[in-house]
Design a protein around this ligand. Structure first.
Ligand SMILES: NC(=O)c1ccc[n+]([C@@H]2O[C@H](COP(=O)([O-])OP(=O)(O)OC[C@H]3O[C@@H](n4cnc5c(N)ncnc54)[C@H](OP(=O)(O)O)[C@@H]3O)[C@@H](O)[C@H]2O)c1
Length: 330
């Protein structure tokens, strides 16, 4: 765990987990209320829908210059532009396919100037069959982790050029279902399991933030990860009706339904937005949040639906994953 003497992280050491003034119901706009982000530049991957779109809109709403990395920039531009209010910053949509290393490199090669924060938000969940990217990576690992790893490495100098840039990786409670499987991350040997693949990729999201926190502290970059909550979005597109019903997300007639515990997309975007831009977490790094607060660390994730598994915060695992990922993307 990385701490920097003299910053807000010291509060953590004195009083336990990091606490912020924001409740689980707060929206992304709530956590930015009163902040002026004019002059700040942020990148949100998967910023064309769901939680990512709300994150981008909230940051731009506070005046920031936001780039969304998306597969269909034209569609996203025409969807988001009308939602920007007068006085808001800008949202620029640029092509990015995280499962395609060439696309990631074109994106990072084209970036100019400093970058104040990246929200690694794009993701896919529970693909029913084992699908492979063009270079043979299991698709959930490719999209959720390896693409983001290559993206961040490619943007390092731009993050280092900012004054205290922040990296945020959007993980999930699903990470409690599996540590990272270093022996067979691509399901080349073990039978493919869509939930194990998603869980492993979400553990990788937490470990990536820990890795960035450890490796890039020297250039002033901080990094944290989070669970956004349960939010009805396109993420559930690969789930069948029985699974959705078991989750309370579909009624007997096949209609999608909400539960009191579900969040709106604007609430789901709050923790990402808090971590990338709020002064209430200045200097905090290498940690995992949910409902706008630092989560409890669990020795064993089995049976839990909150908290962060110790294996996901382990610096040794983070270092091992960094080396493995560097080998894949080189
Ligand atoms: N919703 C929840 O309940 C929940 C819970 C826990 C964690 N999360 C996490 O929250 C994040 C955002 O998900 P969401 O719920 O907002 O779902 P979403 O609306 O489906 O957003 C996911 C985004 O990822 C993008 N994406 C997928 N594959 C990509 C690729 N190869 N390259 C670039 N972008 C790609 C999608 O773009 P396209 O439009 O081009 O497909 C989409 O904009 C994910 O990381 C997810 O794991 C969500």
């Amino acid at each position: 765990m990385i701490t920097r003497p003299g910053d807000a992280t010291d509060l953590h050491e004195l009083s336990g987990a990091v606490r912020t003034p924001f409740s689980a119901e707060a929206t992304a706009a709530d956590v930015l209320a009163g902040l002026d982000l004019h002059g700040r530049r942020y990148l949100v991957t998967g910023g064309g829908s769901g939680i990512g779109a709300e994150t981008a809109l909230a940051l731009a709403g506070a005046g920031a210059d936001v780039t969304v990395g998306v597969r269909d920039p034209e569609r996203v531009r025409s969807a988001l532009d009308p939602l920007l209010r007068d006085g808001a910053g800008r949202i620029d949509a640029r092509p990015l396919d995280l499962s395609d290393l060439g696309s990631v490199h074109r994106f990072t090669d084209g970036w100019e100037g400093s970058l104040d924060g990246v929200v690694a938000n794009a993701g896919v969940m529970a693909l029913p069959e084992r699908r492979l990217s063009a270079v043979g990576w299991e698709m959930q690992l490719a999209t959720n982790h390896l693409g983001h790893f290559a993206l961040l490495v490619g943007l390092h100098e731009h993050l280092a050029a900012a004054d205290g840039a922040r990296v945020v990786t959007v993980s999930s409670t699903a990470h409690l279902r599996s540590p990272f499987h270093f022996e067979d991350p691509q399901f080349a040997v073990r039978p493919y399991d869509r939930w194990a693949a998603y869980a492993q990729s979400k553990t990788a999201d937490v470990l990536l933030a820990v890795g960035v926190a450890g490796r890039w502290a020297d250039v002033g970059v901080t990094a944290n990860s989070l669970m956004p909550g349960w939010i009805t979005t396109g993420l559930q597109r690969h789930l069948d009706d029985d699974t959705l019903r078991a989750m309370g997300a579909m009624d007997d007639d096949g209609n999608r339904i909400e539960q009191p515990s579900f969040k709106t997309p604007a609430q789901g975007a709050a923790t990402s937005t808090l971590l990338v831009a709020s002064p209430s977490v200045d200097g905090v790094t290498g940690r995992y949040f949910e409902d706008n607060q630092e989560a409890a660390v669990l020795d064993d994730g089995t049976g839990h639906d909150r908290g962060v598994a110790r294996y996901a915060l382990d610096p040794g695992n983070a270092e091992r994953l960094w080396e493995l990922s560097a080998g894949y993307v080189s």
